[in-house]
Ligand binder design. Sequence first.
Ligand SMILES: Cc1cc2nc3c(=O)[nH]c(=O)nc-3n(C[C@H](O)[C@H](O)[C@H](O)COP(=O)(O)OP(=O)(O)OC[C@H]3O[C@@H](n4cnc5c(N)ncnc54)[C@H](O)[C@@H]3O)c2cc1C
Length: 153
Amino acid sequence: MMQSKTILNVYPDIDILMNEPLSKYTHTLTGGPADILAFPRSIKECQQLLDYANENHLPITVIGNASNLIVKDGGIRGLTMILTKIKKITSHENLVVAESGAALIDVTKAAQANSLTGLEFAAGIPGSVGGAVYMIGGAYGGDIENFVTGAEV
Ligand SMILES: Cc1cc2nc3c(=O)[nH]c(=O)nc-3n(C[C@H](O)[C@H](O)[C@H](O)COP(=O)(O)OP(=O)(O)OC[C@H]3O[C@@H](n4cnc5c(N)ncnc54)[C@H](O)[C@@H]3O)c2cc1C
């Protein structure tokens, strides 16, 4: 309880829920409570949360759109971050640059809007960019690994 007060006090501007059931977010509707569930809106907020977790020796779990997760009833200890609010997408010539929480469908739309082909296979995968890269997502013979030219971590 002390810990929850602390993080809420330290970061009043970050969307943070305490003891929040993850079944509200997973596509499988599974999952007990996350001790701390945060929804950072920027990379800076992410860094602040990670600093807090590291300073307090909390385990860290990263979730995208939670479309490939079965979470146990006991939930997840420490800090859990859902990244779907970090979702900016920009395009530069023949490149689409997407933040990790961007929905794959939105990235495929951005590619289409810029007359870029290749990513059509991903339009039906209900995940985020980060989740697709982590899971090496693919469909209809297309694979995300063939379309990622770089990642900033
Ligand atoms: C109806 C349905 C259809 C699907 N069809 C397909 C399909 O055709 N092809 C396919 O490949 N998959 C498919 N999937 C599975 C799922 O959508 C993919 O695996 C997707 O890429 C997961 O992305 P996510 O953002 O939902 O990840 P999550 O489910 O949130 O997380 C999955 C894993 O990735 C990690 N992760 C997520 N984001 C990050 C990040 N930013 N940094 C580091 N680690 C991260 C998580 O810790 C977790 O281990 C389908 C799922 C459903 C429910």
